[in-house]
Design a protein around this ligand. Structure first.
Ligand SMILES: *Cc1c(COP(=O)(O)O)cnc(C)c1O
Length: 394
């Protein structure tokens, strides 16, 4: 068994070669072409019948299969150590198609609290309408997770969670879920396949909003799910084609382009974000920093590194609107994982319908500000935060 540092270097080394080395298409174009086509024709009746019967695997129609999209799926599967992967037009497309492939009328889903806000809305609205019930548990408490499992069909994890970045003990929870016959799904967008590989720890399916670090350039919305051929096959058979949230070939091409620099980008995000998190922790106007680097929960063991997204809470002496308005490099904006630094004050989202508001439901402090640390110079970013904190003192 490798120790943490060696394991991390082994994952990066493998990923670097997978991503920089490409021999997929004949004629050896160093950048593969975009198959911008809706359909593929057949040379003969026999060819068409073989494809329809599944005797030959080949693309028929781009809602089902497209070579550029498949290339992206195979890359992601290789990075996650999965047999198969399926790409979608958004992270939510991947999440909804996956949840609905494994839950139906009368089934019960167990989810960790502090899931991504639109995942929460999916559970509260569409799932309820389809008579799928969802119970939320404190994912940091593996005993509480175990207690909720009997009778559930699905356990939905996100480690670390959205907005407060709480971690879960994936190995322990995967063992408990397997014993209870419950399928496990994790949203691994925060960590990327470089900083956490949940399938290796016994989780059944791993999904990503590829709009974040996988794309990495804030120019694409996309999603992906990876796991065993059997489970991904079930998503293909039950929901994928009918819900129709397929990825476009051009966006798959952009994602392949983004992926080539993933190892370089993640090391840079980590270095800068950890520096800023530590400095914020020591700042007199900051009352808490929510970052897995400061956690000693056993769930930290499966994290091989830290990405660039975390949050902090400011004291009552700070005017939050004035703080974010004073920021120059951190732009106000949702999403994260791109080259640019971004900030979201929770207070600004408090007015959204409380019934469907994950921050309200899970008790996130309105004094929380989430930041995504981009690729600007770390000292410039720190100067920006320090000056804004100064300006915003009431
Ligand atoms: C953004 C995000 C999603 C949703 O992904 P989209 O690509 O925006 O649909 C899911 N999970 C997490 C943790 C996210 O941050």
């Amino acid at each position: 068994m490798l120790d943490g540092v060696n394991e991390r270097e082994a994952v990066f080394a493998r990923a670097a070669t997978i991503l920089a080395h490409d021999e997929r298409f004949s004629g050896d174009p160093v950048v593969p072409p975009i198959f911008q086509t809706s359909l593929f024709t057949f040379a003969s009746y026999r060819d068409m019948e073989d494809a329809f019967a599944g005797r030959v695997r080949r693309p028929i129609y781009s809602r089902g299969d497209n070579p550029t999209v498949r290339h992206f799926e195979e890359r992601l599967a290789a990075l996650e150590g999965a047999e198969a992967a399926r790409a979608f037009s958004s992270g939510m497309g991947a999440i909804s198609a996956t949840v609905l492939a494994f839950a139906g009328a009368g089934s019960r889903v167990v989810a960790v609290r502090h899931v991504y806000p639109d995942t929460y809305r999916l559970f509260q609205q569409l799932c309820r309408r389809l008579s799928i019930s969802v119970d939320y548990v404190d994912g940091a408490d593996a005993d509480a997770v175990a207690a909720a499992l009997p009778g559930a069909s699905l356990l939905y994890l996100e480690s670390p969670t959205s907005m407060v970045f709480e971690v879960q003990d994936l190995e322990r929870i995967a063992t408990l879920a397997r014993a209870a016959g419950v399928v496990t799904i994790i949203d691994n967008s925060w960590a990327t396949p470089l900083f956490q590989q949940p399938l290796r720890h016994g989780i059944d399916l791993v999904l990503h909003s590829a709009s974040k670090y996988i794309g990495g350039h804030s120019d694409t919305v996309a999603g992906i799910v990876a796991g065993s051929a059997a489970l991904v096959g079930r998503i293909n058979a039950e929901t994928y084609s009918y819900l129709g949230a397929k990825l476009s070939p051009f966006e798959a091409w952009l994602l392949l382009r983004g992926l080539r620099t993933l190892p370089l980008r993640m090391r840079a995000h980590e270095k800068s974000a950890v520096t800023l998190a530590e400095r914020l922790k020591g700042h007199p106007q900051v009352v808490a920093v929510h970052h897995p680097a400061f956690s000693n929960h056993p769930g930290r063991r499966t994290l091989l590194g830290f990405s660039g997204l975390f949050s902090f809470e400011v004291g009552e002496a700070i005017d939050i609107a004035a703080l974010v308005d004073a920021l120059r490099y951190f732009k106000l904006g949702v999403s994260w994982g791109g080259h640019e630094s971004l900030a979201v004050p929770v207070q600004a989202s408090m007015a959204q319908t409380p019934k469907l508001n994950a921050q309200v439901a899970f008790g996130v402090s309105p004094r929380t500000i989430r930041i995504s640390v981009g690729h600007e110079d770390t000292e410039d970013l720190w100067a920006d935060l320090a000056r804004a904190l100064d300006t915003a003192r009431r």
